[in-house]
Design a protein around this ligand. Sequence first.
Ligand SMILES: *[C@@H]1O[C@H](CO)[C@@H](O)[C@H](O)[C@H]1NC(C)=O
Ligand SMILES: *[C@@H]1O[C@H](CO)[C@@H](O)[C@H](O)[C@H]1NC(C)=O
Ligand SMILES: *[C@@H]1O[C@H](CO)[C@@H](O)[C@H](O)[C@H]1NC(C)=O
Ligand SMILES: *[C@@H]1O[C@H](CO)[C@@H](O)[C@H](O)[C@H]1NC(C)=O
Ligand SMILES: *[C@@H]1O[C@H](CO)[C@@H](O)[C@H](O)[C@H]1NC(C)=O
Ligand SMILES: *[C@@H]1O[C@H](CO)[C@@H](O)[C@H](O)[C@H]1NC(C)=O
Ligand SMILES: *[C@@H]1O[C@H](CO)[C@@H](O)[C@H](O)[C@H]1NC(C)=O
Length: 678
Amino acid sequence: MFVKVELVLLLVCPFLFLPVMSAALEDAGFSYNGFRGANISLDGIAQITPNGLLELTNQSRRQMGHALYPFPFNFKNLSNGNVLTFSTTFVFGILSRYQNLSSHGIAFLITPSRGLPGARPSQYLGLFNESNNGNPSNHVVAVEMDTVLNKEFSDINDNHVGIDINGLISVHSATASYAIDRSGDRKNLSLTSGKPMQVWVEYNGLDMQMNVTLAPIGVPKPDIPLLSYPLDLSLIIKDHMYVGFSSSTGTDPTSHYVLGWSFKMNGPAKDLTISQLPKLPRLGPRKKSKFVTVGLPLIGLVLASTVLTIILFIVTRKRKFAEVVEDWELEYGPHRFKYKDLYVATKGFRDKGLLGIGGFGRVYRGVLPTSKIQVAVKRVSHDSRQGMREFVAEIVSIGRLRHRNLVQLLGYCRRKGELLLVYDYMSNGSLNKLLFNQPGPETTLNWGQRFRIIKGVASVLFYLHQGWEQVVIHRDVKSSNVLLDSEFNGRLGDFGLARLYDHGTDPKTTHVVGTLGYVAPELTRTSKASPSTDVFSFGAFLLEVACGRRPIDPRASAENVILVDWVSSCWSRGTILETVDPNLGNDYVVGEVDLVLKLGLLCSQSIPTARPTMHQVVRFLAGDAPLPDSSLHSLSASGLEFAHGEGFSDFVTSHPSLQNTSMTQMSLVAHSLLSNGR
Ligand SMILES: *[C@@H]1O[C@H](CO)[C@@H](O)[C@H](O)[C@H]1NC(C)=O
Ligand SMILES: *[C@@H]1O[C@H](CO)[C@@H](O)[C@H](O)[C@H]1NC(C)=O
Ligand SMILES: *[C@@H]1O[C@H](CO)[C@@H](O)[C@H](O)[C@H]1NC(C)=O
Ligand SMILES: *[C@@H]1O[C@H](CO)[C@@H](O)[C@H](O)[C@H]1NC(C)=O
Ligand SMILES: *[C@@H]1O[C@H](CO)[C@@H](O)[C@H](O)[C@H]1NC(C)=O
Ligand SMILES: *[C@@H]1O[C@H](CO)[C@@H](O)[C@H](O)[C@H]1NC(C)=O
Ligand SMILES: *[C@@H]1O[C@H](CO)[C@@H](O)[C@H](O)[C@H]1NC(C)=O
């Protein structure tokens, strides 16, 4: 019957019996080298890791962890009530994610209850809270390893060891260090070094003195303690007390570990067996031996890189000079260049040899390896095979053309996603650079040169449109596509590249390729290039050369932004010569300038059939035929309207807002924005 009651009591209220179970032996103690299977009571985020580490905190911010030996010890001599001698030693490690940024600390503690109700993390170390800190009713003794300087608790620095009685203001503390010999010379230790350290806490109940000693792991206990403090614990320590650890983190991610621990009442704690302690986990970079950090990788690197370089050399050489050749290209054999030759010619397409960057690609200067001919190599990126065959056919057939005002295409080369076009090198660069980039009468082209260039470009366009077995449309006539040879002859370049980008069939979705200000209005609607769309561009070109201005100049005053409008309005007022390039001064032939300007207007008409043919243009320029007065009159009658009624100025004026623009016009604007560099 009695046994039964006891059993029921034990089941209902097991705590009642715990003190009795544990405190029996006055020289009780324990020793754990690692905590696998240890008698430990955990709370907070504390846990035992699989390899036996007691992990009090784990990098989580503002957390705490407690670990207590689950049974209380009898701390008092029952016959006289004095606090008994006790001793403990443990190995701990603090791992911070960021070097020198740690929070907050770890403490060995002696506490009357098997928990710390109300305790808070961060600066309270999981021991106290703002209201009970320093309260004598706590009956807590702690030894803190504190890594944060807390002015609130009168901390001496951010790397100290202190003895705490009932609160976080240490009764005694010192910078973490250890005595290296009996003379008292000390060596500082960094609690946050990430290396394990050993602590000994000893209390002598007769002398009423507490010693705390610290040392790096593996160093025998130094003779001189770090803290040696006279302390009467009789009013603080209760009869039965629990021992354990508390840790807390704040804002800096930190883990606190205990690797091993032994405790003993009435005598020295059992030594820990360092070799049996579990290892701290790795966190971030740790120092390794020179051989591992430098030697091994170096040897590996040398070996691997030797093999790699050999493989890479072979592979890259193959890939570097790889070309795309298809069956249909065989007939163009003579016009094909080896990529390797072009690579050598341009010294690897160095930026130093860059002649210009256009909408279709970059142009490099080079010297062909065997013939030593100077060439310009244009790299056009093109990832679609669609239209490539036709395009190559066209450029090669144009390459067979010979005309003194044509930039000679010498050949091409094809690579994956890339087309390379090889042209004669033009030593004086492109016309637009001389027209726009170097203002000032000294460097500009004189009228005689300009007129010769105009006539040259007219003659080659006439040849392309009418003088050859098939009609060839250039599609991108403009000053930047007119190059100047060593004698300042104008030569038309960049043949049909526009076509390569323009092989769609549905005018609604095709993007028209050309350059804003040179594209004939009907082209924006039908996207069908014809000789008269070239004539329209030529008209813009004429005005450019005579006026020294781009067809659209956003910097001009509002009504003069569009060159053709301005020339046209000046002409209707009878002041057409106002538009002549100021860089020319008065040094020009009035009749020729007048002719060029009017011809420019004539070619810029929005109705294709109203424009002259290139044949007529050549005759006008040569003075073989007078400009037709009638068409000029009709031009004057319609005045500015001709430009506004049609797409040309539509998309120009709507350009800022893109209002009321059709799909075609939108994509035209988009494209011309992209090819602005040209
Ligand atoms: C845990 O404590 C109980 C009671 O003191 C004891 O019987 C047991 O052996 C302990 N276990 C270990 C692993 O120390
Ligand atoms: C830390 O431990 C807690 C509780 O065990 C867990 O929720 C958290 O994810 C852990 N954090 C890290 C960084 O491991
Ligand atoms: C307890 O106190 C008594 C009387 O002062 C003493 O004889 C005894 O040795 C003490 N016991 C311990 C364990 O210190
Ligand atoms: C960390 O602190 C140590 C000792 O104060 C110092 O030598 C080291 O330069 C510090 N490291 C960083 C990253 O601040
Ligand atoms: C502080 O802890 C005590 C118990 O030790 C608890 O009664 C009190 O409510 C806590 N105060 C705060 C503000 O958390
Ligand atoms: C040890 O640290 C303390 C406090 O930071 C400092 O005053 C002292 O100079 C240091 N001693 C050595 C040997 O570095
Ligand atoms: C504390 O250290 C001093 C030497 O500094 C020593 O005389 C004393 O016996 C030590 N006390 C304990 C309890 O180890």
